[in-house]
Design a protein around this ligand. Structure first.
Ligand SMILES: Cc1cc2nc3c(=O)[nH]c(=O)nc-3n(C[C@H](O)[C@H](O)[C@H](O)COP(=O)(O)OP(=O)(O)OC[C@H]3O[C@@H](n4cnc5c(N)ncnc54)[C@H](O)[C@@H]3O)c2cc1C
Length: 591
């Protein structure tokens, strides 16, 4: 018999709760100590979002992630929370409607993380304006775009101003709004929120087998990837949310997957914004018809992407030479006067889309929809989907979980549901969190932890945070970066600075990252490896000045002290991170 859920932890008014190595071990022991309603396997956006949903509905839930939260595809996306205007071309109105709805919900529950992005769609001489106009009008209608965010027509000169260096002959364009996020942080904040609402959450812990009793899945054996210890976790329902690994995870059980996952690789190239000076984002189309985009994120611009079937191991995909040449070639063709070359590429990354294979379709033409598969023993697998729609995917899984448990788990909050989406989302969650899981609202109502801003507007919070950091001697670039990335968790950093100003010193001379960020990552972000810190907690691997190499020694030294690493472990962590950093540069001639 599954027992009562863990009571929610009182959330701090601003900032994040303690969520570190001690909480991880307590979670693993807690999972082994009593049967759960639900065990979620996989800590990407899908699994973390699902665990949060289940915890908010009052279920006893565990989540295990083999590596780190977001270490799979969920830190390697294009980082857009987007309506998917391009899917209109495939007639996928339902996906556009749902994605557009989710943009609004996520912008409401995570305004600190889901930032509006002005997107330019340029027109070249000879392009048909009328068809696109109909498409954008339809998109606005489906998206329910507020007046300030509806598309508008741009003259050619306005396009030139917003996108300097774009190829000619320009004939004008359209301006519309999408949103940019930090995918790894969005994933982490879902994990933290799940934990705050009672879920038992552990990274570096893998499901290694699925015991079956009386023809039904009884839970999972979970291996602590740090100690090697294996624990038996009993759960009434197990959900496989392992994205590209979904088929491999199904293979841990007794029956094969009903369909195939098609891992489709996409890569991105990062440039400094002074080499590709773009505000917002632009849809790219080369003279040969190769399509892509360029997106500004603070002082960088990234260009993507590819969509090619990936064969081979699923772990750690990197930008290969062929895809690199293809995307760089497109960027050069689209910005012919900028003289972009290999030497301008500051970083690269690659991810695998967990698409559901469709007979005879290329990855690009394959739908981004999601499905829940059920094995005869009762393993549920959530496959497909997008970052943008993770919350609705969680709701769909919960409907199936409710059926498995024979319980009504309450309504969802997607399009067509009775509740007004995002209606309560502006409220501060801290006050509600101690009232009990069923009293706090659903995933569309409860803000993510970083959205707790102590009753201040985001703009006020940001400017106060920047001013406070500047007042404590933090450089302007670092102060801006912290206010942009952490939302309310920036308060945790300020508190560390009050304790000891040394925490606000840079991690390396001239770096925009601060020593205290490592402590936050470990104690409030469950980071247990150097890569967890420098890649997914601080973003330095992809967006730092030299892919995190300058900051690595100090970060290893601080993390080593907090996590009890001996010299050999610290060196091994550094070596592993340096190898990872090298893989995120320009690929070799045959790489
Ligand atoms: C190039 C690219 C660009 C994209 N851009 C966008 C975009 O801009 N907007 C958008 O909405 N979507 C985008 N997507 C899609 C989106 O990123 C994915 O749909 C989403 O991140 C998938 O999340 P997931 O949680 O299902 O999978 P993952 O993030 O891969 O998570 C699965 C997790 O399961 C873990 N795992 C595997 N096996 C086990 C086990 N046995 N035990 C425990 N854990 C295990 C893995 O370590 C991994 O962390 C993009 C995808 C790609 C590849």
């Amino acid at each position: 018999m599954p027992c009562a859920p863990t009571p929610p932890r009182p959330a701090s008014a601003v900032g994040s709760p303690r969520f570190g190595p001690a909480e991880r071990l307590a979670a693993l022991d807690g999972m082994a100590g009593r049967p759960l309603d639900l065990l979620v396997v996989g800590g990407g956006i899908t699994g973390c979002g699902l665990a949060r949903d289940a915890a908010l509905r009052g279920l006893s839930v565990g989540l295990v992630e083999r590596d780190d939260f977001g270490s799979g595809t969920s830190s390697r996306s294009s980082k857009l929370v987007h309506g998917g205007v391009r899917y209109l071309a495939y007639g996928d109105v339902a996906l556009v409607r749902e994605s557009a709805h989710e943009r609004r919900v996520l912008a409401a529950i995570a305004p600190h993380l889901v930032h509006p992005l002005a997107f330019v769609f340029p027109l070249f001489r000879g392009d048909s304006r009328a068809k696109l106009r109909i498409g954008f009008t339809m998109f606005d209608r489906l998206a329910g775009s507020p007046p300030g965010q509806r598309h508008r027509v741009l003259a050619a000169d306005e396009v030139r101003q917003r996108v300097p260096g774009l190829r000619e002959p320009l004939a004008g364009g359209f301006l519309f709004t999408e949103y940019i996020t930090d995918d790894a942080r969005l994933t982490l904040e879902n994990a933290i929120s799940a934990f705050e609402h009672g879920a038992l959450v552990a990274n570096h812990a893998a499901a290694v087998s699925f015991p079956v009793e009386g023809g039904r899945l009884a839970g999972a054996r979970v291996r602590d990837e740090l100690s090697g210890e294996v624990r038996e976790v009993r759960a009434a329902v197990v959900v496989n949310a392992t994205g590209p690994w979904a088929e491999e995870t199904i293979a841990l059980g007794d029956t094969p997957a009903p369909k195939h996952v098609l891992p489709s690789k996409g890569i991105h190239l990062l440039f400094r914004a002074d080499r590709l000076p773009l505000e917002g984002a632009v849809a790219l189309r080369s003279p040969s018809g190769r399509e892509g985009f360029a997106i500004r994120r603070r002082d960088h611009v990234y260009v993507g992407t590819s969509d090619v079937v990936h064969r081979g191991p699923l772990g750690g995909p990197v930008a290969d030479r062929e895809a690199f040449d293809d995307v760089l070639g497109m960027a050069r063709d689209c910005f012919p006067t900028l003289g972009l070359g290999e030497a301008d590429v500051a970083a690269t990354w690659a991810g695998l889309r967990p698409l559901i294979a469709e007979e005879g379709k290329s990855p690009r033409d394959t739908s981004r929809h999601d499905e829940v598969w059920r094995s005869p023993e009762g393993l549920l697998s959530i496959v497909g989907g997008k970052l943008t729609t993770y919350r609705r995917m969680g709701e769909r899984v919960m409907e199936q979980v409710g059926r498995e448990l024979g319980r009504d788990l309450g309504p969802g909050t997607g399009p067509g549901a009775e509740r007004d989406p995002g209606s309560g989302a502006q409220a501060e969650a801290g006050a509600g969190a101690s009232a009990g899981p069923s009293a706090v609202g659903g995933t569309a109502d409860v803000p993510l932890p970083g959205a707790r801003l102590g009753g201040r507007s985001l703009d006020a919070f940001r400017s106060e945070t920047v001013a406070s950091l500047r007042g404590r001697g933090v450089a302007p670039g670092a102060a801006d970066r912290i206010a942009w990335l952490y939302g309310g968790a920036a308060e945790d950093l300020l508190r560390l600075g009050d304790e000891d100003p040394g925490w606000l010193a840079p991690l390396a001379p001239g770096s925009d990252a601060l020593r205290g960020e490592v402590r936050l990552a470990v104690e409030r972000g469950m980071a247990l490896a150097l890569a967890d810190i420098l890649d997914r907690r601080t973003g330095l691997l992809l967006f730092g000045s030299d892919r995190g190499l300058a900051e690595a020694p100090a970060a290893a030294e601080i993390a080593g002290r907090l996590l009890g690493w001996d010299d050999a472990t610290r060196q091994a962590q550094l070596d592993a991170f340096r190898a990872l950093s090298a893989q995120h540069g320009v690929p070799g001639p045959t790489g």
